[in-house]
Design a protein around this ligand. Sequence first.
Ligand code: PLP
Ligand code: COI
Length: 373
Amino acid sequence: MSTDSAPATKVDLEILPTQHPLGDAERAQRMQSPGFGRVFTEHMVAISYSADRGGWLRGQLKPYAPITLDPAAMVLHYGQAIFEGFKAYRQPDGRIKTFRPEANAHRFNSSARRLAMPEMPVGLFVGCVDALIRQDRGWVPAAVGESLYIRPLMFATEAALGVRSSRDYDFLVIASPAGAYFPQGVKPVTVWISEDFVRAAPGGTGAAKFAGNYAASLLAQMNAAAEGCAQVVWLDAVHRRYVEEMGGMNIFFVYQEGGRTVMVTPELTGTLLPGITRDSIIQLARDFGYAAEERKVTFDEWRSAVRDGRMTEAFACGTAAVITPIGAVKSREGTFAIHNNETGPVAARFREALLNIQHGLAPDTHGWMHDVL
Ligand code: PLP
Ligand code: COI
């Protein structure tokens, strides 16, 4: 059993609850069809870091509110900003659990190292999130497929225009009740293969959850939308042949080979984000008796394997949308459909298995769930 989850951690935060808590009816109204990332809970955690004052200072759990920044704050000029995303789920007995938060804490620190920002102790990261969830526990939805999305972030706050790593940072945790990420629900998406832009180059920041990666992706995403596609698929920067990831999600290809299901996902070359859902699917695939391979896959292989019938499904995976089937692939050369543009059984099986573990409806044999309360 790979236990990457430890019991709830208590951290030393100054607790300043809101003086104007929402009533149950008002909260229920705001939580109705929340979509993704539009509604926020009543509190947030804020911790400052100061190199001159010895590192992480005592933080606060306080009402959710706008923040103030000096116009010279380094994040506004040179962009040191990283974030994480994971979810809290209500369990059948009413308790609340998060999915693999330590894995997000480790990835946060690896993003911090790449952006020359300070790391945060894993216990402090997880403890702050637990404290926020405890405070705002009424905001964790109960329905399967709904959850409380947790967004930790860190950015450079030192007021200085010299180009160097900031000496001051703020770390915040905010939370947002979440339903479906894509407005159309779990329908297959059509994706656009981006041949004009790349997301990440060797030696760049592709493996970090760095705000600039997302800023740089938006124009390609607009091009994809103009082509009638929901998402962009990125190819590698050097050969422009290998499939890397889709928008903000990793990709899996499902092969049927000699009666065996083989799950293939692009290997972590340093230019793609090491998704925690991706890692979980690799582990679940082995539980299901499927083979799981991490290797390079060219766009040509994708197209020909679908044409020959060897590849029966493709799907994307990530925290926000869990699993999203890829129904059709569009590029300058044309469009091809996968699994008749319908959700396939393998994508559906992984989606259900993940959701069941997350909502406490199936045993957590990998020790992924972290008890908050
Ligand atoms: N790839 C990118 C670029 C992402 O932003 C995300 C989302 O966080 C993922 C992949 C999937 O990662 P995870 O499964 O940890 O959510
Ligand atoms: C994901 O969780 O899959 C994401 O990509 C998050 C996104 C909103 C940045």
